[in-house]
Design a protein around this ligand. Structure first.
Ligand code: ADP
Ligand code: ZN
Length: 632
């Protein structure tokens, strides 16, 4: 096989056009995305490669396409058994000969796969890491290598080698042992986790020391980031869903709502159902059959909203998730980025929305303190929480902050709430001094509520009980409203000037950082509490539901619904998710271009010859039957 590598490398332009041809003919895409092309070329040339690309970046193509062009079968190692079926079905719909072999595969299926492998009848085989390590599988690999050949090894979710990560899989440490028996077969390791430690571990533990690394930007420009101050989170969530952030409702869209506790996910799902949304809750307290039913409905159906604890996540590769909402503060930016990254994998506009308040900080602090981790561990958790708070309270572009956290520089994005509707900053030095002095004078033993009552001069039973109406600070803050004071307190907490003590019901205490403020040597500039909840200006170019949809005429929308219904019927018949048949984007392109011939159909992005042959006649007939659009 090494000669053919050399030939392939020498004949680079020819290889490139082969790749472009397969891209068009099999996948139906007119051009490569991001770094796909150089990655594909490298793998085609038989060289080891490490690919770091954000979720939705298009990693799969980087090994699927070379596997089709290189002789033999591509072996894909993936820990996500639940997804293998859909991945393989999606490939088969493209006319690719693919199979998976894992613990769910029956004995009959196994022998059929083995036959296909040895006869050179498979392009791609997905296997779980446990399978790869089995001596019997190794023997099969050996037979293939001596027969039709192994095109490549793709190691998906390569961060599973990292013992520091949440997804550590001990079997991943032994993958290199297996691949070392086949030194001529190129390996490609892929992940969406990019931090430096994980990258080093991938190179070391998969023995990919010579591999070239391709790092894509981790920016997800189609995701809009929006954060609101939490007041009445249910009402806020409903408003967000009803109006999007520009009047385009999320009704009928697929989304995920993350909440802190099981009870809360149940309650919020219930509330959404009452409001007519197709919402389901998902958490570790549900039986595994219920959980997999929820996963299944989410993956297969349009417009399902899952309200989940963080238990819902890995292995969700649904491309058309239009929003991810956090009704509670996540504990780290890594987690937040991963969760919000599940939105908009198809590249269409999507929104990451979050509501956060002071109670979230107190709760997260208490989680950290009550965890049984070492002091060192707690310190790290606290630092992560501080970074999260910095993001939540950001007065500058949120995307810039997020990317900077992952060591990537960028300019202002123009697609986050801060960029679109910059917050007003005000000199809050005097109010900050008032809060600090009220905290100190009441003995650093009360939560924000009582401190604010003292400041605004409210004669509550608690105030009287402690004689706090006698304090010189009593009523000195009547110039600001209760919510305005809460906003001041929250921002002081986020900056570490005040610290709520979760072991004493959130009692506020002052920190070292308060000294210069009290002494009058430091100015405090804060965001003004916005009168209206995070609204976004109308001057933007795209909507939260997709540019095509927002500008579509009623006639276009009607045709879209007709095509979508047909897609549903096909998806059910083939028992695959609807987006596997054709993604939304492709349906919209059909609506706007209204192809009348097979050639016109093939020009639509996402339709290759196999899909054109299978569904072309049906869709062309539906389009023809629909009253033609009046075009200028
Ligand atoms: P990842 O595995 O990196 O999360 P996928 O491989 O699932 O991403 O790809 C994400 C989406 O992008 C899929 O819907 C895929 O069909 C689409 N895609 C990938 N490459 C291209 C391309 N070159 N042109 C258009 N769409 C693409
Ligand atoms: Zn921005």
């Amino acid at each position: 096989m090494s000669e053919s590598h050399a030939a392939a490398a020498a004949a680079a332009p020819a290889v490139q056009s082969d790749a472009a041809r397969v891209l068009q003919d099999v996948f139906g895409f007119s051009s490569f995305r991001g770094a796909q092309e150089p990655i594909v070329e490298r793998v085609l040339a038989g060289q080891d490669t490490v690919v770091l690309m954000p979720t939705g970046g298009g990693k799969s193509l980087c090994y699927q396409l070379p596997a089709l062009l290189r002789p033999g079968v591509g072996i894909v190692v993936s820990p996500l058994i639940a997804l293998m079926h859909d991945q393989v079905e999606a490939l088969r719909l493209l006319g690719v000969k693919a199979s998976f072999w894992n613990s769910t595969t029956t004995i009959e299926e196994t022998s059929a796969i083995r036959r296909d492998l040895l006869a050179g009848n498979l392009d791609l085989l997905y296997v779980a890491p446990e399978r790869l390590l089995m001596p019997s599988f190794l023997a099969t690999l050996n037979d293939i290598a001596n027969g039709p050949g192994i095109a490549l090894f793709a190691i998906d979710e390569a961060h599973c080698v990292s013992q520091w990560g949440h997804d550590f899989r001990p079997e991943y440490l032994r993958i290199a042992e297996v691949t070392s028996y086949f030194p001529r077969v190129p390996r490609i390791a892929l992940t969406a986790t990019a931090d430096a430690i994980t990258r080093r571990e991938i190179h070391d533990r998969l023995r990919l020391l010579e591999a070239r690394e391709f790092v894509s930007s981790f920016d997800r420009p189609n995701i809009r980031y929006v954060v609101e101050e939490k007041q009445d989170v249910r009402a806020q969530l409903l408003r967000f869903l009803q109006t999007g952030d520009d009047g385009a409702s999320f009704r009928g869209s697929c989304g995920i709502v993350y909440a802190q506790s099981r009870k809360r996910t149940d309650e919020i799902a219930e509330m959404l159902r009452k409001e007519g949304y197709d919402a389901l809750s998902y958490h570790a307290g549900l039986g595994s059959d219920v959980r997999s039913a929820v996963q299944q409905r989410f993956r297969r159906e349009d417009g399902v909203i899952v309200v989940a604890t963080i238990a819902f996540g890995m292995g969700i590769d649904k491309p058309d998730v239009r929003f991810v909402a956090h009704v509670d503060l996540p504990k780290s930016l890594e987690g937040y980025y991963q969760e919000t990254g599940r939105a908009g994998r198809d590249g269409e506009p999507a929104v990451a929305w979050m509501a956060y308040g002071l109670a979230d900080v107190v709760q997260q602090r208490s989680f950290i303190l009550s965890s049984d981790g070492s002091p060192e561990h707690q310190r790290v958790d606290q630092m992560k929480l501080d970074a999260m708070l910095g993001y939540a309270e950001a007065a500058t572009c949120r995307r810039r902050l997020l990317l900077a956290y992952f060591d990537e520089e960028s300019g202002d994005c123009g697609n986050c709430d801060v960029c679109l509707d910059p917050p007003e900053l005000w000199d809050a030095t005097v109010p900050a001094q008032k809060v600090l002095s009220a905290v100190i004078r009441t003995g650093q033993r009360f939560g924000a509520g009582h401190v604010i009552d003292v400041l605004t001069g409210k004669l509550t039973a608690k105030v009287e009980q402690w004689d706090h109406q006698e304090l010189p600070t009593f009523g000195v803050g009547a110039d600001l409203s209760g919510p305005e004071w809460r906003s001041v307190v929250r921002q002081l907490v986020a900056r570490g000037v005040l610290s709520p003590d979760p072991t004493r019901m959130g009692a506020l205490t002052v920190t070292e950082a308060s000294r210069p403020i009290l002494e009058g040597t430091a100015r405090v500039e804060l965001r003004r509490l916005s009168a209206a909840p995070a609204k976004v200006r109308k001057t933007r170019t795209s909507s939260s539901r997709g540019a095509a949809e927002s500008t579509a005429s009623d006639d276009d929308k009607a045709l879209f619904e007709i095509l979508r219904d047909e897609r549903r019927v096909i998806a059910d018949a083939e028992s695959v998710p609807a987006y596997v048949v054709l993604p939304d984007r492709t349906l919209w392109e059909l609506v706007t271009t209204r192809p009348a011939t097979t050639d016109e159909l093939l020009a639509v992005n996402g339709i290759g010859p196999v899909k054109a042959e299978k569904y072309g006649a049906t869709f062309l007939a539906l389009i023809a039957a629909h009253a033609p659009a009046v075009r200028p």
